[in-house]
Design a protein around this ligand. Structure first.
Ligand SMILES: Nc1ccn([C@@H]2O[C@H](COP(=O)(O)O)[C@@H](O)[C@H]2O)c(=O)n1
Ligand code: ZN
Ligand code: ZN
Length: 635
């Protein structure tokens, strides 16, 4: 938890619009429940969010409207709190569960590892009961010897104010799951009898809620694994006029897509940086539109040139969408009424106790244990691939230095990793046990094929990088839904004693309200989103950060001949996660390799999470500015 007063240069631009029904949406939290300790703009923790939701539920009650809180999956792989335990999520899921979600669904990160999939089935899914939707995801249950849905296929329910909702939770066409689960492709699921029956339910449906770990924007290209358009189309064909509201995820971006004049979908970023907000008015049922607050005013108009079935009748629905930055200033401003006359404290007992739990668990897990002090910041996408500030230039050195099998140390080797194994920027200053998960969380191990003719080996990287959608790394900026985020760990400028949570003005630089004065500097770098409603969705205005697309894979070389000549043969070292792609690539250029030719280059316990700590301990022990003086170096 970071104090809201420290974040006064940027803040919410105005009150949220409230409609008859309203939604808060998280997705791809990936274990970031401690918040961003190095970026104050995303510095709230899960306890702050618990308090915020409480405040928003109270506000919705006072306004006499509905508020639903939704999450769309990917709970692990990205921070120490979720990944330093075995299995991942043993601690973080319990903290996550402090939030009384109305609807949730599963992400692909709940399905890579069988143990985690079973934990999700037996614990997480049971905790949320009929609110956990997995319309197309089943798991093998050894005690019944049958595949069973991990959660519910659908949920029909009535909101507090009487809106009758049919909801589904649909995972994209994911194929990287372990063999204990089964994912039904979206195109097949929509033909299943249970789905058709649910769409044509025997009781009235006022709104469909389509949640899913699934991008909201169809690419329109062959091989699109996103299936929201397929499910939307199936519902729309059967129910031409019923509103459909979607909440998606997986591509880690802020986005809002209009399917037709009664159907839209929101995607709310990643890593507890973004909290999504949607408000809808104009429903012919449910509560009255609330008084004394701004209302949703936008009609949904199709922007995309992708042809999908659409409603042919006019619509009375009006929408608002907003992307909130995940910090206490934002939470206090929107939930506790600081923009109105009554200012209430943000914190609740429950929220404070969650914050305390997070602190205790972080200590128990030793997450602040220090490996070394990074001399600079390296980012994923703010600088061109392999340039000085780009993380892959650092990793290329780190891989060459520490990924070495002592029995083959003098044998030339190429080391290939998928850039998607890197999940976040590496910040200047302390590089801790926690940071090792933040930057590279996976337990992917290094395998190799020995003595491959270099003539073949040197072509592998090009083939992988030219390959269609080999493994997603950083999402390429789409035509819309493109955003950037704050990488620079910018300090926020404060005035002495400034504790105000008033909204900022864009100009002039001095803002006067309630007798308090705040100096506003230029916006800090952060998300600058454009979606189907335009460029006004970000709750806090930021300066744009450059974005450079990165290739699928990175190659590092080591022990090559000192005279610059090409070796005859090399060891081809790669992550087990991309084994099949590397074998296919080698076989495309004359190789005849199979999985039987592959063995572990280093012990299986030396993973993508291991090499940076080893490198940091070797290279970053000297004191650099910004590192805590006297902090112990972790082992
Ligand atoms: N063992 C793993 C698992 C996943 N990845 C990378 O993560 C990407 C998926 O992440 P999302 O949050 O977008 O679902 C996947 O495409 C891989 O790049 C990995 O490297 N190792
Ligand atoms: Zn994700
Ligand atoms: Zn995902």
């Amino acid at each position: 938890m970071q104090p809201e007063s420290q974040n006064a240069t940027n803040g919410p631009k105005s009150q949220l619009e409230w409609g008859q029904i309203n939604f808060l949406h998280t997705t791809d939290t990936h274990g970031w429940l401690e918040g961003h300790l190095k970026e104050q703009n995303y510095g709230a923790d899960w306890g702050d969010y618990v308090s915020f939701v409480k405040g928003m539920r109270r506000k919705s009650k006072e306004l006499g409207v509905d508020l639903l809180v939704v999450d769309t999956g990917d709970l692990h792989d990205g921070a120490g709190l979720s990944d330093a335990t075995s299995p991942n999520g043993a601690v973080s899921n319990v903290i996550f569960e402090k939030l009384d979600y109305d609807l949730l669904t599963i992400g692909n990160h709940e399905l890579y590892v069988s143990e985690i999939a079973y934990e999700t089935f037996s614990q997480f899914s049971k905790f949320y009961g009929d609110r956990y939707l997995t319309s197309n995801v089943q798991i093998y249950n050894p005690s019944t010897s049958a595949f069973e849905y991990i959660g519910q296929r659908y949920r029909y329910f009535k909101t507090e104010h009487g809106i009758r909702i049919m909801s589904f939770g649909v995972l994209f066409d994911f194929t990287g799951n372990s063999n204990v689960s089964k994912i039904t492709k979206g195109a097949d699921m929509v033909k299943e009898q249970w789905f058709l029956d649910a769409v044509n339910y025997h009781k009235p449906i006022d709104m469909f809620l389509l949640i899913g770990h699934n991008p909201v924007r169809p690419t329109g290209k062959a091989g699109d694994t996103g299936t929201f358009a397929t499910v939307y189309s199936a519902i729309r064909k059967a129910r031409p006029d019923v509103p459909i509201q979607g909440f998606g995820g997986h591509t880690h971006i802020r986005d809002f897509f209009v399917y037709d004049n009664k159907a839209t979908a929101l995607e709310s970023g990643r890593y507890c940086e973004t909290l999504g907000w949607v408000a809808i008015d104009g429903l012919s049922c449910g509560p009255k539109s609330p008084k004394d607050v701004p209302h949703p005013s936008r009609e949904a108009k199709i922007i995309s040139n992708i042809t999908l079935p659409h409603s042919n009748t006019s619509s009375s629905l009006r929408y608002a969408r907003r992307y909130l930055d995940w910090n206490r200033l934002t939470f206090a401003y929107h939930a506790s009424g600081s923009q109105a006359h009554t200012v209430r404290p943000l914190d609740t007992q429950a929220g404070k106790s969650v914050t305390a739990d997070i602190t205790t668990e972080r200590t128990k897990l030793n997450l602040t244990s220090l490996y070394g002090c990074a001399p600079q910041t390296w980012c994923q996408t703010c600088a061109p691939f392999m340039s000085a500030g780009n993380i892959f230039s650092l990793l290329s050195t780190a891989l060459s230095t520490v990924v070495v099998n002592s029995t083959r140390a003098t044998t030339p080797r190429i080391i290939i990793i998928n850039t998607g194994s890197i999940r976040f920027d590496l910040a200047k200053g302390p590089f801790t046990y926690d940071d090792s998960f933040i930057v590279s969380p996976f337990a992917d191990a290094f395998q190799f094929i020995p003595d491959v003719p270099y003539a073949q080996a040197k072509q592998v990287l090009g083939i992988l990088n030219a390959g269609a959608f080999q493994k997603r790394s950083t999402p390429a900026p789409p035509e819309r839904g493109f955003e950037t985020r704050d990488f620079a760990f910018q300090p926020y400028i404060l005035l002495d004693g400034d504790t105000c949570v008033d909204p900022p003005t864009t100009s002039p630089s001095l803002h006067k309200r309630s007798g308090r004065t705040i100096r506003r500097s230029t916006p800090s770098p952060g998300y600058t989103t454009t979606d189907d409603f335009g460029s006004d969705g970000d709750d806090t205005m930021h300066a744009r950060i450059p974005f450079y697309a990165q290739p699928n894979d990175l190659q590092a070389n080591a022990s090559f001949p000192a005279d610059g000549t090409e070796p005859e043969t090399v060891d081809v070292v790669f992550l087990d996660f991309i084994q099949s792609y590397v074998i296919d690539a080698l076989n495309k250029v004359g190789g005849t390799y199979a999985a039987a030719d592959v063995s572990y280059y280093l012990p299986k316990t030396f993973t993508t999470n291991s090499y940076l700590p080893v490198f940091a301990k070797q290279m970053w022990q000297a004191h650099v500015p910004d590192c805590p003086v006297g902090a112990g170096i972790g082992s």
